[in-house]
Design a protein around this ligand. Structure first.
Ligand code: NAD
Ligand code: IMJ
Length: 262
């Protein structure tokens, strides 16, 4: 019998974590929670600019936590990253996708003015990259496993200024369902966490972020958005046996905001 409750529900598991930029990153919160639950981690970093940050953070788990560069727009870098992963382990159990980007100009003003280029870039980095990761991780997930991606309510409803990112998140959520169907027979589950607004690099500089947090305090059933620690705990749940029959889902971790009609 596999126990559903344990101090270290992820002990012996190997996790690949994409999307740590700094200590505020949602990926860092989920990485910490996975490590606390007993998982061994392997990190990407987007480019030399972020290497030091990720190196320092990863070092909190020990001297030899692997990290390798990978920009998700490059098939060559993705292949090289997973080749490095294979030098550390034969099997991967968990994958975190916590990556998104759209050109700044596309995240203000009218969605109507979205350029072909901004549409392509945002979908490539924020949605296709999940497919690209799954292609390379799945052959190593020989004991089954769990793939978790981060989404936002702007995928389902119009959130002013989220614009093309909302369309890319809709693609990410649909990709999650199709991947869940393809990978189900291999006992690989694929889910999204749809987080309420949290103050990270990707949220900084958005005009009206404070107003948005206040909006959640006024309208969400729990009268707030979510903390990164709570996202970490949900990440552990989705990675664990407790979620063994959950796949293709979008789990809202947003103080209940998403259930409201007014
Ligand atoms: P963050 O800026 O810390 O993380 C975004 C990450 O994307 C960074 O680590 C960055 O390096 C990475 N990235 C961007 N382009 C890349 C590329 N070409 N190749 C590889 N990596 C690339 O911000 P965050 O808020 O932690 O965002 C993480 C995820 O959470 C994103 O998918 C975001 O859409 C989602 N999310 C954020 C919020 C929020 O309010 N902050 C809410 C819901 C969902
Ligand atoms: C981002 C833009 C507009 C509205 C927004 C957000 N709302 C929220 C976010 C309402 C919650 C944060 N979020 C959920 C994201 O997914 C952010 C993605 C993002 C952020 C930036 C900022 C810097 C940049 N490009 C970006 N690309 C994606 O140049």
């Amino acid at each position: 019998m596999v126990s559903l409750m344990s101090d270290k529900p992820l002990s012996g598991k190997t996790a690949v974590v994409f999307g740590v930029a700094n200590k505020r990153s949602i990926a860092w919160a989920i990485a910490k929670a996975w490590a606390d639950a007993g998982a061994n981690l392997i990190f990407n970093y987007q480019g030399e600019r972020l290497k030091d940050n990720v190196e320092q953070l990863a070092a909190t788990f020990g001297d030899d936590v692997p990290l390798y560069p990978c920009d998700v727009t490059s098939d060559e870098e993705l292949d090289a990253f997973f080749k490095k992963v294979q030098e550390h382990t034969d099997t991967v159990d968990l994958v975190l996708h916590s990556v998104a980007f759209a050109p700044k100009e596309a995240l203000e003003g009218d969605f109507l003015t979205t350029t072909r280029d901004a549409f392509k870039t945002s979908h490539d980095i924020s949605a296709y990259s999940l497919v690209a990761l799954a292609q390379r991780a799945a052959p190593m997930m020989t004991n089954g496993g769990s793939i978790v991606a981060m989404s936002y309510y702007g995928a389902a409803k119009v959130v002013p200024n989220y614009n093309v990112m909302g369309v890319a998140k809709a693609s990410l959520e649909a990709s999650t369902r199709y991947l869940a169907y393809d990978l189900g027979p291999k006992k690989i589950r694929v889910n999204c966490i749809s987080a309420g607004p949290v103050q990270t690099l990707a949220a900084r500089g958005i005009s009206g972020f404070g107003t948005m947090i206040k909006h959640y305090e006024e309208h969400a059933p729990l009268q707030r958005s979510c903390s990164t620690a709570e996202l970490g705990a949900t990440g552990v749940f989705l990675a664990s046996e407790g979620a063994a029959s959950i796949t293709g889902q979008v789990l809202y971790v947003d103080g209940g905001y998403q259930i409201m009609g007014m």
